[in-house]
Design a protein around this ligand. Structure first.
Ligand code: AMP
Ligand code: ZN
Length: 469
């Protein structure tokens, strides 16, 4: 398997730290609003990377954070006159609903910055003790970028070039910085902000430290893959490397993967430009599987321009696969025979080659665009060969092949409604039992499990109601 590594700017053979295992960390969203479809791109792309590793037999530990302490969250909390934890928990819940709709699986762990403060204090102290950080007069702790000789290795920036213009770059309140590239690890609280005690001042962490600490806690000092959108290369990921490698004395991540932007009218979709669609808005127009298909129709390192035309062709593409699967399902009970005929053996060999083509595309830096092309060829082969005259062995085989490739891409092509309904009813009953027993942790866990399945619960006077989201 080859992965394009931002560190070396080349495609490299993937060699895991531990055979058969993959440790992945993906930077998640800042939760102060509904996520937009630009934020959805890394979610879908790296969920697919995870699924493909699992398809290849790897055991994947996937960690993705929610940034729940940040200026934008605090601003919104102050506007609404509520605690910032209310804002972040509201939008974490909304984000999880969107993830479920896009069939993005929950991470193995979704840590939150505010729950990880002790680890941050420890890492910051280690950096200070090692001469990699310093405390300014007002209690702000800065990382000393000059102390890390590899600073700039990910973004391929030269530290001296970054240094020029330092005087102009100086920000009010940051006069104590030794160097323009030095960045905040811990900053003093301001009025109306959440804060924690520390040896340096009452305050809160900088953004970069949270990811270094969470990766260390949940994955260890060294990880296989670190990922996110390309806007994170500098400064966020560069700074994560500086912190983690200085604190742990080990190479942090072996492979750095970055998705290109989702654009609109050839400009990056972003909250600050105001040119965005939320996932929720798109869900009002399309099944979110269409959005997922659209995201995977381009290679993750190519910019992708959002347009109604592309969404329509994605819808058609997805329907083509779904129709082929429905046709195969309709043959259930109508076909028999456990042995392939001579003709079927030849078709089956062709199908095997198309699966190999799909895998070769995915092995080549997760080229989902080419993988989907191979999947379409398989669908075409199915449509032109499958009929009521076929053996059951052949139709089952074809169904299994298409299904497993769709599973890698995370595309739902089954009508799972009936089987799902039974599972949902059972979980709701279990939750009621837990609530009666006052086991609220279990009840909440079941509610979350249902949310992950795309089911939202409402406790009403008439009992528990549920709906698909
Ligand atoms: P944020 O909440 O802005 O920190 O973003 C969360 C994730 O979404 C990061 O990995 C960003 O790089 C990514 N992201 C934000 N906007 C876009 C976009 N327009 N296209 C692709 N990725 C994006
Ligand atoms: Zn991060």
């Amino acid at each position: 398997m080859k992965i394009f590594n931002t560190l070396s700017r080349t495609k490299e053979e993937f060699v895991p730290l531990e055979p058969g295992k993959v440790k992945m960390y993906v930077c998640g969203p800042t939760v102060y609003n509904l996520i937009h479809i630009g934020n959805a791109r890394p979610m879908i792309v790296f969920d697919t990377v995870r699924r493909y590793f699992e398809y290849k037999g790897y055991e994947v530990t996937y960690v993705s954070n929610f940034t729940d302490v940040d200026d934008k969250i605090i601003k919104k909390a102050n506007e609404e006159g509520v605690d910032s934890s209310e804002i972040s928990s509201r939008y974490i819940e909304e984000c999880r609903k969107d993830m479920a709709g896009m069939n993005v699986r929950s991470a193995t762990v979704h840590p939150q910055a505010t729950q990880e403060i002790p680890g941050m204090l420890t890492m910051i102290q280690t950096l200070i003790d090692g001469g990699h950080a310093y405390v300014a007069a007002d209690g702000t702790v800065y990382f000393r970028t000059r102390s890390f000789k590899d600073y700039g290795k990910l973004s391929h920036k030269n530290i001296d070039e970054l240094q020029s213009g330092f005087r102009e770059l100086r920000v009010t309140g940051e006069e104590d910085k030794e160097d323009a590239n030095d960045f905040v690890l811990w900053k003093p609280k301001k009025e109306g902000e959440p804060y924690w005690d520390s040896a340096w001042c009452k305050g809160r962490p900088g953004w970069h430290i949270e990811c270094s600490v969470m990766a260390k806690r949940y994955l260890g000092d060294q990880i296989d893959i670190h990922a996110g959108g390309e806007d994170l290369i500098f400064p966020h990921h560069e700074n994560e490397i500086a912190q983690s490698e200085s604190a742990n004395g080990k190479l942090f991540a072996n492979y750095w993967m970055h998705n290109a932007f989702l654009n609109i009218d050839n400009r990056k979709m972003s909250k600050s430009l105001g040119n965005f669609f939320t996932v929720r808005e798109i869900a009002g127009q399309y099944n979110l599987q269409v959005l997922r298909f659209f995201m995977l129709s381009a290679h993750y390192r190519s910019p992708l321009n959002f347009s109604a035309d592309l969404m329509e062709s994605s819808k058609n593409g997805l329907e083509r696969i779904q129709t082929a699967m429905e046709r195969l399902r309709d043959l259930d009970g109508k076909v028999s025979g456990d042995v392939l005929t001579e003709a079927e053996k030849a078709w089956d060999a062709q199908a095997g080659e198309l699966v190999a083509k799909f895998e070769a595309a995915m092995d080549d830096d997760f080229n989902t665009a080419d993988a989907i092309a191979a999947l379409f060829e398989l669908v075409k082969l199915s449509n032109s060969t499958v009929s009521a005259d076929c053996s059951k062995a052949y139709t089952e085989d074809m169904k299994g092949r298409i299904q497993s490739l769709c599973d890698v891409l995370g595309l739902i092509v089954e009508s799972r409604t009936e089987t799902l309904d039974d599972a949902v009813e059972k979980l709701i009953a279990d939750r009621q039992v837990a609530r009666k027993a006052k086991d609220f942790a279990k009840a909440d866990a079941i509610r979350q499990q249902l949310l992950d399945m795309g089911i939202e619960l409402k406790d009403t006077r008439e009992g528990v109601k549920w709906k698909r989201i």
